[in-house]
Design a protein around this ligand. Sequence first.
Ligand SMILES: [Zn+2]
Length: 62
Amino acid sequence: MNPRIPDPQASPPTCAQCNRAIADGLYDDRAEQYYCDTACFNDWADANHEDVVLFYADMNVN
Ligand SMILES: [Zn+2]
């Protein structure tokens, strides 16, 4: 199932940071979760700093 197309039977997805229902937000393909907007994504990235850094290092640092 494509996570970008919500199932009309399911409850709406919620923001991974603030837990609000998402009407038209952002989708994170890697973490498979939604954010309201870039501000919520930035707050999530701050709270998950180590994961973000490890991912960046895997992709870019040799
Ligand atoms: Zn949010």
